[in-house]
Write a protein that binds this ligand. Structure first.
Ligand code: 5GP
Length: 191
């Protein structure tokens, strides 16, 4: 998505450890018009798959996921990261190692918001090593629901996330694909 690449070039900040900071339009402040375009692009890419529900992870997946849900006219459920203090019988959970925070999180989704008839599209802001998306696959497996696609806003293709997700044999699309973050702060995209 050209608009997205331009925004990344203009406002993305390269941090140490191959982290791209995009808090001016995605991870802190949100650019609604750009997210609306992101949502429509996800519909174009996944609109033929009969998706009934979108799953994402709080908090940074919510903005693009909601816009995709709006474009595709399906509900959006985000996995929560904090541990519930009440009974977890009614929750599906998975452990996820966070690339940026270097800590492990338990993510959870209430059982009542997904059922085995659903066809799921997973959406997330970044694909790095694939841990967040894998956690959502774990939950989908536990819930015996079908994941039909994975939509990513920004993929770092030099990390191993795509390899991991491709094992699930689903359509995987990323709207911006970064091949390199250079030491002098440049962002290079896959052709
Ligand atoms: P993964 O689970 O694929 O290793 O990493 C994906 C998650 O880590 C995303 O949900 C995102 O929150 C975070 N993340 C990974 N790489 C980056 C990055 O370069 N920049 C930002 N802002 N977040 C990242």
């Amino acid at each position: 998505l050209k608009l997205l690449e331009d925004k990344i070039k203009k406002e993305g900040i390269v941090l140490p450890n191959n982290v791209l900071k995009v808090d001016s339009f995605l991870n802190h402040q949100v650019d609604p018009k750009l997210m609306y375009e992101v949502g429509k692009e996800f519909k174009r890419l996944f609109g033929d798959l009969g998706v009934t529900k979108i799953l994402t992870v709080e908090s940074s997946g919510i903005a693009p996921a909601v816009m995709a849900g709006l474009a595709m006219d399906v509900p959006v459920v985000f996995a929560r990261k904090h541990k519930s203090l009440t009974l977890t019988d009614d929750m599906f959970t998975a452990d996820v190692y966070s690339y940026t925070k270097q800590t492990s999180n338990t993510i959870s989704i209430a059982k009542r918001f997904i059922n085995d008839q659903d066809k799921i599209l997973i959406i997330d802001d970044f694909l790095a090593n694939g841990q967040a998306v894998s956690g959502l696959f774990d939950i989908a497996d536990a819930a015996k629901i079908d994941v039909v696609g994975v939509g990513i806003v920004i993929e770092k293709t030099f990390q191993k996330g795509r390899k991991l997700i491709e094992q699930h044999n689903v359509r995987l699309e990323a709207l911006a694909r970064i091949s390199k973050l250079t030491d002098d702060g440049q962002v290079e995209f896959e052709n």
